[in-house]
Structures are given as C-alpha cells and as structure tokens.
Design a protein around this ligand. Structure first.
Ligand code: ADP
Ligand code: MG
Length: 343
C-alpha cells in the first residue's frame, strides 16, 4: 500500500470539497460570492459576460499514463480560458466539476488541484464552484469559464469580410507532434517491458501537448493598439478546420499561404523524423490553443509589429472557395479532415 494514499471516503464529499477549496483565494472584484453556497454570484459592473464550458474524459481527451495530474488540472482550465480569449474577453471565474472512481486518492486530487490553482493564479481567475461526484471508471472533468468584455467589443466567428487579413498567434502543429511522440513511447513501453520513454530534446513538443497556455497576451495587444478583430476562433482542431469555421460563419472564402504558416523549428525537425509533413500537422493537428483571427487592412502595420502574430492569408468572396497555395505555387482546396496533398 502506498503510505501517501488517503482514501476519499475518509473525508466524505463535503470534507473533500472543503479540503480542495480551503486555500481558494478571490482575486476579482466581480466575484461577489464564491464556493460554499447554492450558487456563486458575479457582477460585471456594466460589462458583458461570456460563458463557455468544456468536458474532458479519460481515455478520450487524455491518457493518465503520460499526463501528470498537475498538468491535466492546468490544461483543463487553459482550454476553457482559450475559448474566453477567443471572444476577445477576459476570463474572471471558473467552476470545476469532477467525477472519479475510488482509484483516485486525496493525494491524486490534490495534485490535480495544484494545476488548477496554478492556472487560476497565472491568469487571474477565481475558482467559484463546481461539483464532485463519483464515476464507475475513469476521470471526467467539466470546466465552465466566465469572462467579461466591454459592451459590444466581443468578437464572433462570423464577422470576416472580403480582403481582411487572416492572422494566427504563436506556432502550429507542435501539440499534435507531442501527442504522436507520447503515443509512440507509450506503445513501446507497453510492448517492451522496462524500456523507459525516450523524450530527450523533445521538451518543446511535449510541453505543447501537456502544458498549453492561453493567448492572453494577444487580447491585451488588441486593447493596447485599439485593434478590433473582425472575427476570431481558437485553434483546437487545426488551422484548416478553424479557418473553414470562420469562412462558413462569415459566408466568405479564404486563401492561405503554406510558406506563411508558423511552425517551430523543433516541431518541423521532429515531423521530418517521423516522415510527416509539418504543414499537414499545422493544418490538421489539434490542441495548439493559438488564436486565428481576421483584421481589416487598416490594421496591417499594427499587427506586423507583433512578433507573435503571423499573417497567413486573406479573406475572399465565398464563390472563390477556401484554398491553400503551396510553396510550389499550386492551389489546393482546404479540407477539415486533414490535408495530404503535400506528402
Ligand atoms: P449543491 O448540493 O448545492 O450543488 P455541493 O455540495 O455540490 O452543493 O457544493 C457545495 C459548494 O462547493 C458549492 O459552492 C459548489 O459550487 C462547490 N464545489 C463542489 N465541488 C467542487 C469542486 N470539485 N471544486 C470546487 N468547488 C466545488
Ligand atoms: Mg452540487
């Protein structure tokens, strides 16, 4: 028996909730009432409120064989904050609901909450509630994030206009490559007893999948430079799929340039090693949690100044369709399923 293991049953449900939230600190004036009542109360003082929720299920969205619980707690918050930033809003509160089997001890849940609180601290968000229940098998996490935005400054997926510039933050494809590496090492580990995973020199891609960040800096940059993007979405399913969402909702087409798609050099090298096409990883790989947005041409100079933003294409009329122009100058239709034409 693990000497460090405390059964959840020794605390009971209410004891566990108290234990997990005893050091919970409130950081936002908008949090009027937090954990401990039937509901939390928030007051955004004349701002508009955005709300988003996401569920993560063991075996579907994460694998505890290679996801440390602390990272998982962190990531489950981040993926929700990313959706709030994608509305051009600032997250202020989250609720965290968990279901788990008796395989999980109090120590394991402590670790998970360490990650949750680390994300809340970094992004100045208050944990104001949640729910705690049991599951027969596996760990289920459901996070709701609430945010605030100045009246009518929120950005939807539907406002892109012909000739707008298409921009992305950061670099793409790394998370998919990190996941591919972890899956490969897991398979080797299970098939060949005792072989330890070889993750050497792959900190970048492994970090991209296990410990993503949300792009608060981009939203702050918009505020500072008085840029109002015409449309925005966060990149959770690959650039291709997200660009198609914007085009569909905005009733436009688009042109992307392969050579403009930002890909980290370490990710590119790892893709080559696996004989994968780095561009296909950026277009179809998921979980990068970068932002894809469009801006009017008047904002070109402002956006060009920011080294964390790449202009990857422009919006066209709907009739022109959604396409990518390769480094070789060929034009291919964008598809959401993954795009293999470069292979
Ligand atoms: P109720 O029965 O009214 O739903 P609960 O007993 O489920 O209340 O929860 C008590 C308080 O603890 C509520 O404020 C709830 O939001 C909060 N809470 C429950 N589970 C969690 C959790 N896993 N993390 C954070 N807060 C939680
Ligand atoms: Mg409850």
């Amino acid at each position: 028996m693990d000497p460090q293991r405390t059964e959840v049953s020794t605390l009971g449900e209410f004891g566990l909730i108290d234990h997990l939230t005893k050091n919970n600190e409130i950081k936002n004036a908008s949090t009027v009432l937090s954990v401990g009542d039937d509901a939390a109360v928030m007051d955004h003082f004349g701002k508009q409120t955005v709300i988003t929720t996401d569920m993560l299920v063991e075996g579907i969205h994460f694998d505890l064989m290679y996801s440390p619980l602390k990272h998982l707690g962190y990531k489950s918050v981040i993926v929700n904050l990313s959706d709030v930033y994608a509305m051009n809003a600032h997250p202020t509160q989250i609720t965290m609901s968990i279901a788990f089997s008796n395989r999980f001890s109090v120590e394991a849940l402590n670790e998970f909450y360490e990650g949750v609180y680390a994300a809340c601290d970094k992004y100045n968000v208050d944990l104001v509630g949640g729910d705690t229940t049991s599951s027969q098998k596996g760990f289920i996490i459901c996070v709701t994030a609430i945010g605030e935005v100045a009246p009518d400054k929120f950005v939807t997926r539907s406002g892109a206009k012909k000739d707008d510039l298409i921009c992305v933050s950061g670099e793409l494809g790394g998370a998919f490559l990190g996941l591919t590496l972890l899956e490969r090492e897991k398979k080797i580990f299970l098939e060949t007893k005792g072989v330890q995973p070889d993750l050497e020199n792959q900190d970048y891609i492994v970090g991209r999948i296990l410990k993503p960040e949300a792009r608060r800096d981009i939203i702050e940059f918009f505020e500072e430079k008085e840029i109002q993007p015409t449309s925005m979405i966060d990149i959770s399913d690959g650039l291709s799929s997200e660009a198609l969402h914007i085009c569909k909702k905005s009733e436009t087409g688009c042109v992307l340039y392969e050579e403009k798609i930002p890909i980290n050099e370490m990710a590119r090298q790892f893709a080559y090693k696996l004989e994968l096409d780095p561009t296909a990883c950026a277009l179809s790989g998921g979980e990068d949690y970068e932002l894809l947005f469009t801006i009017g041409q008047k904002d070109f100079d402002k956006v060009s100044e920011n080294p964390n933003i790449s202009i990857v294409g422009y919006i066209t009329e709907k009739e022109k369709g959604s396409v990518i122009i390769t480094k070789g100058g060929n034009t291919h239709p964008l598809t959401a399923q993954g795009w293999n034409a470069l292979k």
